[in-house]
Design a protein around this ligand. Structure first.
Ligand SMILES: *Cc1c(COP(=O)(O)O)cnc(C)c1O
Length: 390
């Protein structure tokens, strides 16, 4: 059996251990501590944002961002449909109502056209959550101007796009708040963790307060609000500080992987790589491909073949509006033909003739191994296995 080739797995460098060791040597494994403070400071400096709160996960960061905006039961939140469920689960924690927005084909991210139409149906959403999928920045200028027209705060889910830029500025720093994830498969990892960033210090202070059980300033334990145990530990933050030193290296490697695939498949008209934003630079967290409509090769065939060689690949995220758990919520498509909740069951009558961009990407796409540790031999093997189908 070949050695396993991963989709995107943790890559440690040893430097992480120095920060962790320091925490051990000073018995400062918890609570919080200097690694947490420094990781916040160093990440904020990296992305060019003034304030950051280190948290237990990216999901927790999204949840706190919604709490900061006082999203409550019955409030509408517009959110990208083509994403991982962690983007929208926190909307459900607050019993708010997600309205799923389709992708546009140029970046696979939130369609400004669909977003505009969503406002015609729901003029007053409490928040918009935009995702930068697989590292590719969304069309931020247009999305931000639509949000500004309607006075809606924007949250950027930059979990997959740390170190990606749009017009020279880091994704995650455009919205009122942005979030990053350090889950095991992300471009850098702390084993698990997240960060909430904002230019507004007040929001980040408030988020830290809620993340540490919302303890009022008093010697006795007094609480005026419901809090969470969402902070990052001093050990975890130590791993993050070490990883941050290698973020640029990881990004360069992932970009090189994308280019290798791109060049290798250039002469195959049936294969298209996932789009890049002409106004930005992607961290290429995952390299993805789609297969031309009408081609006999399916993503499943390629994934099965890779799996037989001990090579990990993955389907494109299944759009949220097709998920059983979110079947009751509305979906606004890029091209028109929107769907009310409960009409979205896959293969149902109502689904016929649907031209949702996100559904099409899901049907024809897959994520290729994009691990920082991929060697040239690994890449050659993956590429030849895929090429053999065409
Ligand atoms: C990974 C991810 C998250 C969640 O991050 P966790 O740290 O795993 O909670 C959120 N959104 C997207 C798009 C992700 O890929």
């Amino acid at each position: 059996m070949n050695k396993k080739i991963y989709l995107s797995s943790p890559t440690m460098h040893g430097k992480e251990q120095e920060f962790v060791r320091e925490a051990f040597d000073t018995n400062w494994v918890a609570p919080l501590g200097p690694n947490v403070n420094n990781f916040e400071k160093e990440l904020a400096e990296y992305v060019g944002c003034d304030h950051a709160a280190a948290l237990s996960s990216g999901t927790a960061a999204i949840h706190l961002a919604l709490r900061m905006l006082e999203v409550e039961q019955g409030d509408i939140v517009f959110v990208s449909s083509l994403t991982f469920s962690a983007t929208c689960n926190p909307i459900m924690y607050e019993k708010a109502i997600p309205v799923f927005i389709d992708s546009e084909p140029d970046t696979w991210n939130m369609s400004p056209e669909a977003l505009r139409r969503a406002y015609e149906i729901y003029p007053q959403p409490k928040a918009v959550i935009v995702v930068h999928l697989y590292g590719t920045p969304a069309k931020l200028d247009t999305i931000m101007s639509i949000c500004a027209e309607h006075n809606t705060p924007l949250i950027e889910d930059a979990a997959e796009s740390l170190a990606s830029t749009y017009k020279g500025r880091e994704t995650g720093t455009f919205g009122l708040m942005g979030i990053y994830s350090f889950n095991g498969n992300k471009i850098i990892t702390t084993s698990g963790g997240g960060m909430l960033v904002s230019a507004e210090g007040g929001l980040i202070d408030k988020a830290r307060f809620l993340a540490t059980q919302a303890r009022d300033i008093a010697r006795h334990y007094q609480h005026s609000q419901v809090g969470y145990n969402y902070r990052m530990s001093n050990i975890t933050a130590g791993i993050g500080r070490g990883q941050l030193l290698f973020l640029d290296e990881h990004k360069a490697k992932k970009q090189a992987i994308y280019r290798q695939y791109q060049v290798a498949f250039e002469d195959i008209p049936e294969i298209t790589m996932n789009p890049q934003n002409v106004d930005g630079e992607s961290n290429n967290w995952l390299s993805c491909m789609t297969i031309a409509k009408g081609c006999a090769v399916t993503p499943d065939m390629i994934m099965d073949r890779l799996e037989a060689e001990n090579i990990e690949s993955r389907p494109i995220w299944k759009p949220m509006h097709l998920q059983p758990v979110f079947a009751g919520y509305d979906f606004i498509s890029h091209t028109g033909g929107d769907k009310k909740g409960n009409q979205q069951k896959e293969g149902s009558q109502d689904n016929e003739g649907c031209e949702a961009v996100s559904e099409d990407i899901f049907a024809r796409g897959l994520c290729l191994p994009s691990d920082v540790k991929n060697t040239d031999e690994d890449m050659a093997l993956i590429i030849s296995l895929v090429r053999n189908f065409f």
